[in-house]
Write a protein that binds this ligand. Structure first.
Ligand code: PLP
Length: 364
């Protein structure tokens, strides 16, 4: 069946960036806007990462290493695996898109929970595969029972977002393992762990132990969040060598630019710094959650660098607009499939204080 250009365009969900458009990041910071809408790190990259980027900048007349050899080797050392099992991409978004493109045809199925990361609906829309969205439970967690029941012979790709964006809720590693054991091996399971470093209820690396038992499992991670490198666009996946080959076969050559490769290769060496950043963010998480409870608001049980706030009787659009008027950017819940909510990323301590103060005034 031929799909017209207009039909294809109509099924694309359209990405809504949390970042104000037309403004450079430094202008946003200098202008006093509290940018709490994109789950970024409020901390700049490690100074040695900035140095590595600057040192690489002088050789921009050359294309980057198409195989990202150094970056993949350092990742393999960090995760005690073979570089052949590591795929890299222009952000982990590129790996998600490439996985769908490599694995899915019209008639196949892509299964994910909802609400989850707003990019997921792109995957069926781009490939023509059918999508199955399984609602989160009343506690905002993945309904693994219902998801397992939705798997069919046509399911090619199953996405688990852990911790989940936008709710921050997390599936314990033991439950992920039990779920993987129930899913047939023809299904590629992508465990999207963009925020896993912020998880304190479980060992963030527990999922990596599952890779040996489940060859159809892929762990997806990013430098955009805890490493403070969202502006460079670099993510990675650890899975089978076949998955890596599939991603490489469809993504454009050189998609991870030389600056991003150098930054990632340096950043992964500074795990002590990652821990410090994570500790600061987790301390802010406790403070913000307590502050929200103090205002009488209910939140999902977050293990990430953001809170998912139930606004109760308050009108979501009015709250978002009132916050924007006071130069605080947050994510509204409606485009993410859950009206009456906002998602707020943790910024610096003073940004978080400002957010709590202004929100309390708005709701008063
Ligand atoms: C769950 C999840 N996965 C993946 C990504 C993509 O990250 P990036 O493409 O910056 O690596 C995000 C970004 O917000 C996310 O929330």
């Amino acid at each position: 069946m031929t799909v017209t250009f207009a039909e294809k365009l109509a099924r694309m969900p359209g990405y809504q960036a949390g970042v104000p458009t037309g403004q450079a990041p430094e202008a946003i910071a200098a202008g006093g806007i509290a940018q709490l809408a994109s789950n970024e790190s409020p901390f700049p990259p490690h100074p040695q990462v900035v140095e590595a980027i600057a040192a690489t900048a002088a050789a921009m007349n050359r294309y980057p290493d198409p195989d990202a050899t150094l970056l993949r080797r350092r990742l393999a050392e960090r995760f005690e695996t073979d570089p052949s099992r590591i795929a890299v991409g222009n952000g982990s978004c590129e790996i998600l898109l490439a996985a769908a493109e490599a694995l899915c045809e019209p008639g196949d199925e892509i299964l994910f929970a909802w609400p989850a990361f707003s990019m997921y609906p792109y995957l069926p829309a781009l490939t023509g595969a059918r999508e199955t969205r399984v609602p989160l439970t009343g506690d905002d967690v993945h309904d693994l029972e219902a998801m397992a029941a939705e798997v069919t012979a046509a399911t090619q790709l199953l996405l688990l977002c852990n911790p989940n964006n936008p709710t921050g809720t997390h599936i314990p590693a033991a439950e992920v393992a039990a779920f993987c054991a129930r899913v047939p091996s023809h299904v590629t399971i992508v465990l999207d762990e963009a925020y896993v470093e912020f998880q304190t209820d479980d060992d963030p690396d527990a999922s990596l132990d599952l890779l040996a038992d489940f060859p159809n499992l892929v762990v997806l991670r990013t430098f955009s969040k805890c490493y403070g490198l969202a502006g460079l666009r670099v993510g990675y996946a650890i899975g089978s060598a076949t998955f890596r080959a599939a991603v490489d076969a469809v993504r454009q050559p050189f998609s991870v630019n030389a600056l991003a490769q150098a930054a990632g290769a340096e950043a992964i060496l500074h795990q002590d710094d990652v821990l410090r950043r994570v500790e600061s963010t987790v301390a802010e998480r406790l403070r913000v959650e307590e502050g929200l409870r103090g205002i009488g608001l209910r939140t999902a049980e977050t293990q990430a660098n953001f809170s998912w706030i139930d606004l109760g009787d308050a009108e979501e659009g009015e709250v978002v607009a009132a916050l924007a008027e006071r130069e605080i950017a947050v994510r509204p819940g409606t485009p993410l499939g859950d009206p009456g909510h906002i998602r707020v990323s943790y910024g610096t301590a003073s940004e978080n204080d400002r957010f709590l103060r202004v929100l309390s005034e708005i709701l008063d």
